[in-house]
Design a protein around this ligand. Structure first.
Ligand SMILES: [Zn+2]
Ligand SMILES: [Zn+2]
Length: 455
């Protein structure tokens, strides 16, 4: 009897010890998560304040240049970034002369001469943010941070190949007298005088109108670039899931949301926001969500080509290919939207932008292609997370038109034929139009994570 109670005591003691251990584990886990939420909220507060300051500068810039559009400007930066890396190490890099400072151009030309340096493929931009604007009597200056990924290889043997993620800070400048071209002319690097797709000789003279295009005289140019980081993608990146604490951060709703909604209603002669928003969720957010996730899940990313912007498409392609290269795949099963919250409605001279926070639940995991072994995530336990989705369309596509009500996302938004012949550039195989610039319908432009979104 005595032996038994002695034994029972120790069993009880161990159970209590384990109980305390479990309690402490969850307590510290929760506390850690709480700290992460607080840190993220603090960072967001700083980010929002900085962004507000930036808005004031942006207003000042628009005051003297009403055609300046953030979206168009970032499209231009994107084109320049893309060509900068695509042309790097090639003799035709010199064609970028009208868009680069003499120093940056020379630096790259020297690299080509010595054979040092890299070539890049699969260049994809994940995010672009304006971080500073300076306007004075001589010049306008805009600083942009660019998050991107690419595959690079050495120009000389052994041609070592690496997949990299990178963040750079680019400073773009132009003379103060220069005004923005209209949005249609900013997608590509055009000659600012004849507005033809830029082909320039080594002196920067346009081959169409024969005007010498000097950096900053008629257009923005890259004055400076600075690498913030560049890192090779390691296999563990693929199994490193985003932490769930972002879900606990409250939705960042734009402080002027009421004004924004009222302006949108007035512009489109709509009566009630609630009914528009309701149909927006049903007609746009839900079907886009289903189509986009299905395309991602089945590795048929092309099936969502006409619904997503180029940047989002390219960056998703990059990751899908990188997963495949490393013999792993990312799976999302049974994705469901559990809640949608409106975060922002924005309008400028050319575009309308709508951002919503989407709460998602699904089975998410990364598995090895060969053995189908789950490396991270779970096939049986639902993963809950949220993302900010930004939709864009051009001003002039009416919110209340029949097109908006009747658009079937499995078709081309221009010719209404089946969307089964979308080219890599989102050009419809039937009507030949590039359909993902927001000319015909809403385009999913961006997806941002909840812990980093600052509006
Ligand atoms: Zn020209
Ligand atoms: Zn078409």
């Amino acid at each position: 009897m005595e032996i038994f109670s002695h034994y029972a005591f120790w069993v009880l003691f161990c159970i209590i010890l384990v109980g305390i251990g479990i309690f402490l584990f969850f307590y510290f886990q929760k506390q850690k998560q709480q700290q992460q939420v607080e840190a993220a909220l603090l960072a967001r507060e700083e980010g929002v304040a900085q962004k507000q300051l930036l808005e004031n500068y942006l207003t000042a810039l628009r005051g003297k240049d009403p055609h300046f559009s953030r979206i168009s400007f970032l499209d231009f930066v994107k084109s320049l970034y893309f060509k900068f890396y695509l042309f790097q190490g090639e003799k035709y890099f010199v064609q970028l002369r009208p868009f680069l400072s003499d120093f940056l151009l020379q630096e790259e030309l020297d690299k080509i001469k010595t054979g040092l340096g890299h070539k890049h493929v699969q260049i994809s931009i994940a995010a672009l943010h304006i971080t500073a604007i300076e306007v004075n009597e001589q010049r306008d200056k805009v600083v942009v941070e660019i998050d991107a990924a690419y595959t690079r290889y050495q120009t000389q043997p052994p041609h070592l190949e690496q997949d990299c993620v990178t963040r750079e800070r680019w400073t773009l400048e132009r003379k103060a007298k220069v005004k923005s071209l209209s949005a249609d002319f900013l997608q590509e690097l055009l000659c600012p005088y004849c507005k033809k797709t830029g082909l320039f000789d080594e002196n920067g003279t346009c081959t169409y109108c024969e005007t010498e295009v000097i950096a900053g005289e008629g257009q923005w140019f890259l004055a400076d670039r600075e690498a913030i980081f560049e890192a090779e993608i390691k296999p563990d990146v693929f199994v490193n899931f985003a932490t769930a604490y972002g879900l606990q951060i409250p939705t960042l709703v734009h402080p002027q949301i009421s004004d924004q909604k009222a302006k949108f209603l007035a512009r489109h002669q709509l009566n009630r926001w609630e009914s528009y928003w309701q149909s927006y969720q049903e007609r746009i957010i839900l079907p886009y969500f289903e189509q986009v996730y299905e395309a991602w899940r089945t590795y048929e990313w092309g099936n969502a080509r006409h619904l997503v912007g180029d940047r989002l498409y390219e960056v998703s392609q990059f990751w899908l290919k990188s997963y495949q290269k490393r013999g792993v795949e990312s799976q999302l099963l049974d994705p469901q939207i559990t809640k949608i919250e409106l975060a922002k409605v924005e309008m400028d001279a050319y575009y309308e932008v709508l951002t919503a926070r989407i709460f998602i639940s699904c089975f998410e995991f990364v598995s090895s292609l060969k053995e189908q072994k789950v490396l991270k995530g779970s096939k049986t336990k639902r993963h809950h997370f949220s993302e900010y989705w930004t939709f864009v369309r051009k001003h002039g596509v009416h919110a209340n038109s029949q097109k908006d009500l009747a658009y079937d996302i499995k078709t081309c938004p221009n010719c209404q034929k089946n969307a089964d012949k979308m080219g890599k550039n989102a050009q419809c195989g039937y009507c030949g139009q590039k359909v993902n610039l927001g000319d015909y319908f809403w385009v999913l432009q961006n997806i941002e994570q909840d812990e980093t979104y600052i509006g």
